[in-house]
Ligand binder design. Sequence first.
Ligand code: ADP
Length: 284
Amino acid sequence: VRAHFAPCFGEDGQVEGGVGIVEDVTEQRSAEAERNRLFREAQEAIRVRDDFLTIASHELKTPLTPLSLRLASLERRMERKEPVDPTLLRHARQHLVRLAALINDLLDASRIEAGRLALHFEPMRLDAIVERALTTMDAERGQHRIDYSHPEEGVRIRGDPYRLEQVIANLLENALKYSPADSTVRVTLDVRGDFALLSVSDEGIGIPRDQQEQLFERYFRARNVSITSYGGLGLGLYISRDIVERHGGRIWVESEVGRGATFYVALPLLSAANPTPPEPRPAT
Ligand code: ADP
């Protein structure tokens, strides 16, 4: 409550009485608290966006310098009629591919925000898509060992093969990016009840327990990664979660800092009729 009191004076200037008002300000206070909360949220959103712009500009610029150096070197050689080194062209193309991937992630994220990321569902084999993603990844894996285990039978689901390959490629890229060069990445595909269960496991830096829930949020990057040591926009898992959940599936992570991370994706089998996705196992 808020109380006001005003004295009333007589002609001789003496206090003769007074008027008091006692106000119930509960509603006013809670409206004020709500306004403050909204204001803090808006400030936080602006900070996240500003940080993201800094990171995004840095990430988009990164491939440009080596790309332009290689093109300049190519130009010089051609002018001098020297033989052109194909590795130069290959490297230039790799930087362009990286740039295109970043731009595609930015576009996908804004499509998701606008509810316009289109999926094209069809009966498909998940094992075939995992293999395709692994083959594409082969060139990038460097010294990493990749183990892949899968059931003998094909794993049939209803899904968008292009978008699911994007999810799997993102998990593989992260596993390679956030783990040491000579370590092993394990990929397993299994059938559990009405679901296909894919896991991608690495022996890398891991993720702090208190940040594991947030990994799938837009722009989120855990505190143990920095822009200088590991590039990235914090969009891959956000996009992946949207794609997986729109398949009636679920994506989650189990990890311990310094001991690697395992990402799981569960997708309903073609034979299953609208099953409920399994609950992620509680973190141990
Ligand atoms: P990006 O890798 O571009 O930052 P993602 O959305 O793919 O974006 O991942 C979000 C964050 O999750 C990463 O910044 C990193 O902190 C964490 N992360 C994802 N995969 C792994 C992994 N395999 N090991 C450790 N941290 C990971």
